[in-house]
Design a protein around this ligand. Structure first.
Ligand code: MG
Length: 297
């Protein structure tokens, strides 16, 4: 099942996509039918219900096909536009990518431990939203397609074999990066956190549709030219490892978002660099998770 957030007639709402992805069934209709309270947004829905209603929603949604909304009549937003905390990210989590960034003031080394950092997403932007670059502040803008994990259940000291039970679903993230700021400041926080630099979407696919381990083709395109092309099975630190390692003495919360790192083919991986400029269209694609398109302004 695919969960989406959207704006319809000026109001923010959320729901589920129908089979052919042409229509959205508002969640309030389904929850009313199931005699359940309707949380105000998808983040709250995940916090309150986690997976407990997913099967019932799936069985009920057909009833509401007639009261569904055509996707062309609404504006999709990020499924979680305002995450409860900073988005948690991994750096250099694909070996080929760890190698390609050498010569940019960094060692070409596969890390012994996961590199964690966070970025502000306030908000995370949605499909077709603009990445608005403050060109007076940065000149070196790069794209990074990443598999996003959406945590579904609070947990601490989670064992690798229990990791999947703490996941709600998956989405696509673009870890847009101001390379000049990233390297000037040593800590990556500033260069990764500029407003509009966290596209996330177009929807959250429930984990029941993905399988485990997660092995999905992951690609990005700039103006139609393929730049990144890998598979999430190539992660250096895989999902069970990430969740167990992160949650060792840090509580993970339902709704937390983890970006798992980007494969080779980012702009600074090319010689000369292929950085983004105004008007560029960036498309991030992950098998089964759709396509996330954003234009650079
Ligand atoms: Mg990244």
């Amino acid at each position: 099942m695919k969960f989406v957030s959207y704006i319809y007639e000026g109001k923010a709402a959320y729901g589920v996509l129908n089979m052919d992805e042409s229509r959205i069934i508002p969640i309030d209709l389904i929850l009313k039918d199931l005699n359940k309270e309707c949380p105000e947004n998808l983040l709250k829905f995940i916090e309150i219900y986690s997976d407990s209603l997913v099967d019932e929603i799936e069985l009920t949604m057909e009833k509401f096909e007639n009261s569904s909304l055509g996707i062309e009549n609404l504006k999709l937003t990020s499924p979680i536009p305002y995450p409860r905390r900073n988005v948690i990210c991994l750096g250099k989590n694909y070996a080929e990518h760890a190698k390609e960034v050498k010569g940019n003031g960094i060692e070409a080394k596969v890390p012994d431990y996961p590199i964690y950092f966070t970025k502000i997403a306030d908000p995370a932007i949605g499909p077709n939203d603009e990445i608005v670059v403050p060109w007076e502040v940065t000149k070196k803008i790069d794209y990074e397609v990443e598999l996003a994990i959406i945590i579904g259940k609070d947990g601490k000291n989670i064992k690798p074999e229990d990791a999947e039970s703490h996941i709600f679903g998956y989405s696509i993230g673009n870890d847009v990066s101001a390379r000049d700021l990233q390297f000037n400041h040593i800590q990556w926080f500033k260069g990764k956190s500029l407003d509009t630099f966290t596209p996330l979407g177009p929807y959250i696919v429930h984990k029941s549709q993905i399988g485990f381990p997660v092995e999905l083709d992951i690609k990005s395109f700039v103006n139609g030219e393929k730049r990144q092309d890998s598979n999430t099975r190539e992660l250096i630190f895989d999902i069970p490892y990430i969740i167990s390692d992160l949650s060792a003495a840090i509580s993970l919360r339902a709704g937390d978002i983890i970006l798992t790192g980007t494969p080779a083919g980012v702009g600074i991986g090319f010689q000369p660099h292929k950085l983004l400029k105004s008007g560029d269209v960036v498309e991030c694609v992950i098998e089964k998770l759709g396509s996330l398109v954003n234009t650079v302004k």
